[in-house]
Design a protein around this ligand. Structure first.
Ligand code: TRP
Length: 290
């Protein structure tokens, strides 16, 4: 069986974007691969260096993983900091990671733009720690989203460099893995980009949100005054609502609203009410188990 590794940073609760972008993938993989899923608590220290509640949020994410269906009888679930060998490998890999290449990493450049001085060295070496997470298990596949591809490329670079330097083939090359079309980029409710915890209040729907909260958030989602010409192109905010329906609603429901959109009789209030209902149907069993 192939070895699969993936981690989630415990910087808050899981939301629908995490579920459909990552966790759903994990659920499928745990039946056909040797899976390691971990909570990347060290990684969260790179952006939240003095967290009051690191332990609490780690345990919370763990509870949510389990509630989603990650099965400890099938997969290994662990806390990154409980595997000290990762930190040791990180130290060794740092000896042949170059400052220049780390400074060119897109996620690093983005982060220092958002949080200027002082920039901690852990942020710079984030990809080295991620490489250690993956290489420590000799993983073949890493189920991650598009935004992590560059980090994975660096993992291959560091592993290959280690192999060359020490004349070994100790570390195999891991590749990013997802189920292609099954992976959807989940948009937020504010009509713009992706769902995220740092995008502002109300943009993300969390797996712990109560029915009331879900309803409120969805009803506030950005829309416009509706189409005026039949079969017109959808603006982003409306496309997003349809994408969200795509993951939680029945196909008949979606085609019903598609038709209404195309003949200009759509009422976004009705659509959002339906969307909220379907999200609640999806989330409430997970929330109950949590
Ligand atoms: N960098 C990943 C993220 O932000 C989290 C992560 C850390 C990870 N180590 C990993 C993912 C190893 C996969 C494998 O989403």
């Amino acid at each position: 069986m192939e070895t699969v590794v993936s981690g989630i940073r415990p910087t808050g609760n899981l939301h629908l974007g995490n579920y459909f972008g990552a966790v759903k993938n994990f659920l499928k993989m745990q039946n056909d691969a040797h899976c390691f899923f971990f909570i990347a608590d060290y990684h969260s220290l790179t952006t939240h260096p003095t967290p009051a509640d690191l332990h609490k949020s780690g345990r919370q994410v763990l509870a949510e993983y389990l509630a989603c269906g990650i099965d400890p009888d099938k997969s290994v679930i662990y806390m990154q900091s409980d595997l000290p060998q990762t930190a040791e490998l990180y130290l060794l890999l740092n000896m042949n990671a170059y400052v220049g290449e780390l400074e060119r990493v897109t996620s690093f450049k983005d982060k220092i733009r958002k949080q200027p001085n002082p920039i901690n060295a852990g942020l710079l070496t984030y990809p080295v720690l991620m490489a250690a997470d993956i290489l420590i298990h000799h993983a073949a596949k890493v189920p991650v989203g598009k935004d992590q591809e560059q980090h994975l490329e660096m993992t291959r670079t560091f592993g290959n460099r280690f192999n060359r330097l020490y004349k070994t083939d100790y570390f195999p090359e891991p590749v990013a893995y997802n189920f292609g079309e099954a992976l959807v980029k989940i948009p937020g409710l504010d009509g713009s980009g992706k769902m995220g915890k740092s995008e502002g209040e109300g943009n993300a729907v969390f797996l712990i949100d109560t029915d009331e909260v879900i309803k409120k958030k969805v009803m506030r989602a950005v829309t416009d005054s509706g189409p005026t010409l039949p079969n017109s192109e959808k603006p982003d905010s409306i496309k997003n609502l349809f994408t969200l329906m795509g993951v939680v609603s029945a196909p008949e429901t979606i085609s019903f609203f598609e038709e209404k959109y195309n003949d200009c009789t759509i009422r976004y209030g009705d659509m959002k009410k339906q969307l909220a209902e379907d999200m609640i149907k999806f989330i409430s069993p997970i929330r109950e188990k949590n």
